[in-house]
Design a protein around this ligand. Structure first.
Ligand SMILES: Cc1cc2nc3c(=O)[nH]c(=O)nc-3n(C[C@H](O)[C@H](O)[C@H](O)COP(=O)(O)OP(=O)(O)OC[C@H]3O[C@@H](n4cnc5c(N)ncnc54)[C@H](O)[C@@H]3O)c2cc1C
Length: 434
């Protein structure tokens, strides 16, 4: 079993430039994932010259080349909850941002030259309990009429039409969602950015910033030689998401990095795969500790993800737990070999909302995918670029929304094992009550 992502078989992250021939640029972006690269594309498309992107790893080597490739995730809170937190106007705009993200990502995707296995196959949300199924029905009923057509409720008796498992009480199928090859997608974004003149440097860790005469001077360390250089720019944008380190304490106090784990099976007969997950749809569920799974782009493997443990664990350890979950879902996969097991970091905010804004030191940030950010972080990269450009009307929705901090917290989520136990308890109670 390999402990690198299955996606890297076809699209292993590549290094960018390794030599700076100048230490001056107009905008310095930290993080070569979806958000940083998408911001760079918008800036370059708007005519900004000398945009630099740096990453301490290779291009997309953070979550953007490791994820499940399921697109179309929505907000993790209701309008009523958002209204309580942000007020009615901002709450409506925030949900509009989530709503808009998928269409924006598809627009951006249409400008990319490299293929990334986009498949608008639809998605299944399995209901963990009868109450959850009622929640899905209520969600559908609350949608405007034209959007209701995109969503179908599947009763338990009909489940095998969409998924060959008996663990769910019914499901919701959404038709305006789908899948991508995540590592090919981040590579395509990087190539588009470079085509527009953006320079991407890898193996350089941002260490902080000072200001002088309205310019930002970022301290950047070569992770191989440990030499540091200073890059000066008009503006700095941080797109570090779940990989943010102690060098950015303001963000660390507001964000919770969490590891998410995945496994891939060996290639299996297409007929068996089509029986288990008809139509190649992507799948998630309504549990607090959810499973998410799908077939590989060629349809022959199961890629299964979730939070195997609420403490840091290795790819080998997590593979055992994830395989158990997979067999619980699909007992017929008992003999399927696991070929890959890997993990990556997602980033949660205390309020489960994504945030874009400016820190007290004057640098900007795009942060918190809250578990699902392929479309949202692509969109928020664009929204943060609009903020840097001062586009009229940019101050709405998640841009400049209140970003709560956690007290007695400095970036080490010591409380996660307790949260895990509590969530597991809630998931059990939901089934006992059924
Ligand atoms: C296992 C897994 C499964 C997932 N499944 C899905 C899914 O199916 N659907 C979905 O929508 N989302 C999914 N996600 C989430 C999705 O991958 C992320 O939301 C998305 O990739 C975030 O993009 P980003 O650009 O914000 O961050 P990242 O891609 O994580 O990029 C951040 C980059 O910042 C760099 N960095 C950090 N600090 C510094 C520094 N000081 N100096 C230089 N560089 C720095 C890191 O090296 C990293 O490359 C999943 C994530 C994981 C880990």
């Amino acid at each position: 079993m390999k402990t690198t992502p299955f996606w890297w078989e076809e699209a292993e992250p590549a290094h960018g430039e390794r030599q700076f021939n100048t230490n001056t640029c107009s905008i310095l972006i930290v993080g070569a994932g979806y958000s940083g690269l998408s911001a760079a594309i918008t800036l370059a498309e708007a005519g900004v010259k000398d945009v630099f992107v740096i990453d301490s790893q290779r291009i997309g080597e953070g979550a953007s080349s490791r994820n499940g490739g399921q697109i179309g995730n929505g907000a993790k809170f209701s309008l009523a909850e958002a209204t309580r937190r942000f007020g009615a106007k901002r709450a409506a705009e925030i949900l509009e941002d989530y709503d808009r993200s998928m269409d924006f990502m598809l627009e951006r995707a249409s400008t990319l030259k490299d293929p990334f296995d986009l498949n608008m196959c639809g998605s299944v949300a399995g209901a963990h309990s009868r109450k959850d199924l009622e929640g899905l029905v209520a969600y559908r009923n609350g949608l405007p009429a034209e959007k209701q057509k995109r969503v179908e409720i599947i009763p338990k008796t009909d489940m095998h039409r969409v998924l060959k498992t008996d663990i769910y009480r019914g499901a919701m199928v959404s038709h305006h969602t789908g899948s991508i090859h995540p590592a090919k997608y981040v590579r395509a974004l990087a190539n588009r950015a470079r085509e527009l003149g953006v320079r991407i440097f890898t193996g350089y860790r941002y260490q902080g910033v000072s200001t002088n005469a309205g310019r930002y001077h970022a301290l950047v360390e070569d992770v191989t030689s440990r030499n540091t250089i200073t890059i000066s720019s008009d503006k700095v944008l941080i797109g570090a998401n779940g990989y943010v380190g102690p060098e950015i304490p303001w963000l660390r106090k507001r964000t919770i990095p969490i590891q998410s784990y995945m496994i891939a099976t060996e290639q299996l007969p297409l007929e068996q795969m089509e029986e288990l997950i008809p139509g190649n749809r992507v799948v998630g569920d309504t549990k607090h500790i959810l499973y998410y799974f799908r077939r590989s782009p060629d349809g022959t493997r199961i890629l299964f993800g979730g939070r195997a443990k609420f403490r840091t664990s290795t790819a080998e350890e997590s593979a055992v737990g994830l395989r158990d979950f997979m067999l619980h879902t699909f007992p017929s996969l008992e003999r399927a070999k696991i070929t890959h097991s890997w993990f990556g970091n997602v980033c949660f905010a205390y309020d489960f909302c994504s945030h874009v804004g400016r820190m007290p030191d004057g640098t900007y940030y795009t942060s918190c995918c809250n578990g699902g950010g392929i479309s949202m972080m692509t969109y928020l990269g664009h929204r943060s670029a609009e903020m840097l450009l001062g586009v009229p009307g940019h101050d709405r929705g998640v841009v400049n929304s209140h970003f709560p901090r956690l007290y007695f917290y400095n970036g080490h989520p010591w409380f996660l094992p307790m949260v895990g136990t509590y969530y597991r308890f809630l998931d059990r109670v939901a089934r006992w009550r059924d």
